[in-house]
Design a protein around this ligand. Structure first.
Ligand code: GCV
Length: 713
């Protein structure tokens, strides 16, 4: 009787509250929500069983994922068998089925084909690949299709990544703090590793494998030497063991002076034989623990980090010494080009090119130079980095920032797909028209086989992984674009919205619309018309265009916008820093001329008078104010759209997004008001008709302080 009573109470509570954990974001895009009746029947027809003769760990994961997905979508978990029955999802590689009815020659080690075929007279869905990892990727693709409205009867899909290394970079410190992290503490529980390997590591691997990510750099590029000690190598090895069957390798960031700090060497000079011997021994130790270790990522001679230049050696000297150590194991070195020096008075945007361009052709063949998307630092908008297309003899990999240090951190809805797409599609003109950044990094432009793309992760211990539901879309978009740079940000947004919320177009269309304009809105309320780096100091949260008192010139926002009584903007033409000359002639010519520079990049390249006429006919000052207004308005529109979706979204995720949009609107208004208050104190122009005065005077904005803003080391 008592038991019956307890059961009734529990049932009533569940009915009233719903399953509290059901939609808290933990499942990411792998929710496999119950499908509508007709669709569930269609899925079931094509997935009555999973036929998979292989027995590897990866094959087991693939079959279990299909069982889980189909089970959740249809309510019936398909059995696994070794013989094929009609309606089977048939997983096959040449080693399990030598005569496959599909070509595999162009799919490489990770690609797959999905095809509706008749095998021995039975209609089945074949997922075929050269390897079990390819099958796992194919299984995830089929699950995506099943969750959308796609006809599962006539599938004929072939997919293989063009970029070899598709990596997350974690800026996670050993004490659990994540530099520029806005989703809580690090998910790596270094303290309890290697013994405790919580289920989250497996779910992390699942999520990444499902979008094709195949590597992860575990620790911050601002590295501690400790991550190379024997106990920490064992911890990294424990993670590698979890990730391996998902096709994900681990990599480590290294501190250049590790040989001195850990073993008392007198120098870290890369040409010193004792230093090289130390790295060789350390590498041997790592590979003993992690036989498929990917290699090293290095931030050297940048923002106070030590590096080979401290010993009058070049970046190539440093990279090649490490490359020799990992070479026997097939490892690689990713050497970052994010460098600028306090004693170099040249435009910060030019310094990486000046350092690295002369080194083209000097790097070992297992070194890849990792270049940020733009020359400053992950701004809401930057022109593509001038190194893309400028180092034809050196493989270059892209570094995007998925975590939104400069785009609203964890609270703003600013979908990064369009930013990634804009950079990848940018034309460097290095080998004539069509020499896109995507072609530089996929190696096709200059014939490189070592290719890569990295995204600085937005992952933390928050239950929803990324600090908000919509931030998950940035992780998703990064993975999908890394796999296939030709996908559009909009296609990816649509796919993500279907998986995350519902395939119902009443939900998908408005969500995609919100997402697609959201990054441009952030550009408008933060850094319109090509402005950059006007965020407040250190934590980069909120506006600080007035900041001018920091030790290094390039740490100050005034360095970037150069607003004065005459106008605003950084002259990067020949009359200024001449950064334009670092680009191929057609690009340089376009940006050198104020009239041919797209207005979105105007103040990045030109110092323009306040009364300069924009293409709309309005003055620069009026246009600037109007863009701030437009950015705030867009956020208000997103609030309205989201409110209209209330009947279609589960309560928990609806409420979170609703609240975050309220924060975003308040902060967009703050950005707009603070920026206008400051720039008006310089321009001395009246506000255009219809634009409201800032809510406070400039001193109020200047007085705002945020000593505990997250993510700041
Ligand atoms: C990891 C910017 C960030 C730093 C980051 C650095 C880098 O300067 O603000 O937090 O350090 O980029 O990419 O190395």
């Amino acid at each position: 009787m008592a038991r019956l009573f307890c059961w009734m109470i529990a049932a009533i509570c569940l009915a009233l509250t719903g399953d509290a954990r059901a939609e808290d974001g933990y499942d990411l895009w792998l929710r496999y929500a119950p499908a509508a009746q007709g669709r569930a029947a269609a899925i079931h027809t094509h997935a009555t069983m999973v036929a998979a003769p292989g027995t590897s760990a990866t094959m087991t994961i693939a079959t279990q994922e299909l069982q889980r997905g189909v089970g959740r979508m249809t309510g019936t978990t398909p059995p696994v068998a070794v013989t094929i029955q009609p309606g089977a999802l048939w997983l096959a590689t040449p080693s399990t089925a030598p005569a496959l009815p599909v070509r595999l020659d162009d799919l490489g080690a990770e690609g797959y084909a999905i095809r509706s075929v008749k095998q021995d007279g039975k209609a089945v869905t074949l997922i075929a690949a050269n390897s079990d990892i390819g099958l796992l990727h194919g299984a995830y693709h089929w699950l995506r299709l099943a969750q959308s409205g796609v006809d599962l009867d006539r599938l004929d899909i072939r997919s293989a990544p063009r970029i070899g290394l598709r990596l997350l970079n974690h800026w996670d410190n050993l004490d659990g703090m994540v530099e520029r992290g806005y989703a809580g503490q690090s998910i790596w529980d270094w303290w309890r590793l290697p013994d405790w390997k919580g289920p989250r590591y497996t779910d992390y691997a699942r999520a990444n494998a499902s979008i094709g990510i195949n590597g992860t750099v575990l620790n911050n590029v601002n590295a501690k030497a400790d991550s190379l000690t024997t106990p920490y190598i064992a911890k990294a090895a424990a993670l590698a063991d979890v990730f391996r069957p998902y096709g994900i390798k681990v990599y480590l960031s290294v501190k250049w002076t590790a040989p001195m700090e850990l073993d008392g060497l007198k120098t870290a000079d890369p040409l010193d034989p004792a230093v090289a011997a130390w790295w060789t021994a350390k590498t041997d130790e790592i590979y003993k623990a992690i036989p498929d270790f990917g290699g090293f990522l290095v931030k050297a001679n940048s923002e106070g980090q030590p590096g080979p230049q401290d010993y009058n050696r070049t970046h190539a000297d440093g990279a090649n010494m490490l490359a020799a150590a990992v070479k026997p194991y097939g490892g690689i070195v990713m050497w970052r080009a994010f460098v600028y020096a306090h004693d170099n008075p040249d435009d910060r945007a030019k310094q990486a090119y000046s350092d690295f361009k002369p080194l083209d052709g000097q790097f070992a063949d297992n070194v890849i130079v990792q270049v940020k998307n733009g020359a400053i630092d992950f701004q809401p908008r930057e022109p593509f980095h001038p190194l893309f297309g400028a180092m034809p003899k050196t493989p270059l990999m892209m570094e995007f920032q998925i975590t939104k240090e400069y785009l609203g951190q964890s609270t703003h809805l600013t979908y990064l797909g369009p930013l990634f797409e804009e950079t990848l599609d940018a034309d460097t003109y290095a080998n004539g028209k069509g020499s896109t950044v995507a072609k530089v990094i996929d190696g096709s432009l200059d014939g490189h086989r070592l290719t890569g793309i990295a995204g600085v992760a937005n992952i933390g211990a928050d239950r929803d992984w990324s600090g908000s539901i919509f931030n998950q879309a940035d992780w998703y978009a990064f993975g999908r674009l890394a796999w296939d740079t030709s996908l559009s940000a909009e296609t990816i947004a649509k796919e993500w919205a279907e998986l995350t919320f519902s395939p119902d177009q009443k939900v998908v269309q408005p969500v995609v619309k919100m997402m697609m304009g959201s990054r441009e809105a952030a550009v408008d309320y933060m850094t319109p018309l090509g402005l950059a780096h006007v965020m407040d100091t250190g934590h980069h949260y909120g506006p600080g265009p007035w900041v001018s008192d920091l030790a290094r010139p390039e740490w100050n926002p005034v360095y970037y916008h150069k607003a004065d009584a005459n106008g605003i903007g950084f002259d990067r033409t020949r009359t200024g820093s001449d950064a334009v000359s670092q680009y191929a002639p057609p690009v340089a010519k376009m940006w050198a001329n104020v009239k041919t520079t797209p207005e979105r990049d105007l103040l990045w390249f030109h110092h323009v008078p306040w009364d300069y006429r924009l293409r709309s006919g309005e003055t620069l000052w009026d246009g600037l104010v109007h863009r701030y207004d437009a950015g705030v308005r867009y956020v208000a529109d997103m609030q309205t759209t989201w409110a209209s979706l209330k009947p279609h979204i589960d309560a928990e995720r609806f409420a979170e997004t609703e609240t975050l949009l309220t924060i975003q609107h308040r902060e967009a208004q703050w950005w707009r008001d603070a920026s206008i208050a400051y720039f008006q104190s310089v321009s001395k122009r009246p506000l255009p008709a219809g634009s409201a005065a800032p809510a406070h005077d400039l001193n109020w904005y200047k007085a705002q302080k945020f000593p505990y803003a997250p993510g700041h080391n």
